[in-house]
Design a protein around this ligand. Structure first.
Ligand code: ZN
Ligand code: ZN
Length: 168
């Protein structure tokens, strides 16, 4: 993580540099603002359970993740279905290797667009959106001509499980 190399400023004391973040909402906090809990350092707002603004941002993050997942998953599903058919049995091996790579790329794209904030269920939403997008993209291509269904399912399965694991 890049957290330790960049200089952060406490959210409550902008003049104070810190290397701590609240482990729940990711907000930079100084040692005075940090509350030590059994699960690590947290900001006072999170300890009190009063982070309404954070949860709004969260929902928006999930929306961004879902949108990116659907679009990139759609491209992957459409392309996979169209292209994998040309490779016969090798397409299964290709899907086995390409799936995790593309899943990793999609996961990083989502992580980057939510500014590395961590949101609850982000991985589930992103992986689910990718599957939905892939079904739409693959279905769209399937209307035009018949491609390879089974290797595409493998491809999407590998990609989605990678996204799920990466964004956990
Ligand atoms: Zn502070
Ligand atoms: Zn917090």
């Amino acid at each position: 993580m890049a957290e330790t190399t960049t200089t952060l400023h406490c959210a409550n004391h902008p003049d104070r540099e810190t290397m701590l973040r609240c482990n729940r909402c990711d907000k930079p906090i100084c040692y005075q603002c940090a509350v030590r809990t059994p699960v690590g350092y947290r900001c006072k707002e999170c300890v009190r359970g009063q982070q309404a603004v954070y949860f709004n941002a969260n929902r928006f993050d999930l929306l961004i993740a879902a949108a990116i997942g659907v679009v990139l998953g759609g491209a992957l599903g459409g392309l996979g279905y169209a292209v994998l058919g040309f490779f016969g049995w090798i397409s299964f091996i290709a899907a086995f290797f390409v799936g995790p790579i593309t899943g990793g790329i999609i996961a990083e794209a989502i992580r980057w667009s939510v500014r590395r904030r961590r949101a609850r269920r982000l991985n589930l939403v992103a992986a689910g959106a990718c599957v939905v997008g892939a079904a739409l993209g693959g279905g769209l291509v399937a209307v035009l001509f018949s491609g390879a269904l089974l290797p595409t399912l493998l491809l999407i399965g590998m990609a989605a499980s990678t996204i799920y694991a990466r964004l956990r």
